[in-house]
Design a protein around this ligand. Sequence first.
Ligand SMILES: [Zn+2]
Length: 111
Amino acid sequence: MHEMGITKNIVSIVAEHAKTQKVKRVQLEIGKLSAVMPDALQFCFDVVAKGTVLEGATLEIIEVVGRAKCRACGAEVELHQIVTACTCGSRDLERLSGEELNIKEMELEAA
Ligand SMILES: [Zn+2]
């Protein structure tokens, strides 16, 4: 489960920014093609956050649809899974987005 490593990274980045303040909410943006399971991430978050300033924080996950450009006809295609074909039948797609994993927002408890 590679979500554990990802979660540890996220928690340490947020904890570094928060310093000693308690974190109330963390919002993540995850590309649908990043192969990260939101459920697994939520589970790992609860485990990793324990004992840190993130303990008890709400984890919000926004899934971002992948986009690609077809090299054959130039159309933009929405990617909901890794392997997709353009409406023109071509599978020669240039991946534009969908693999991101960003910390979009974090909310700290008022001191
Ligand atoms: Zn096409």
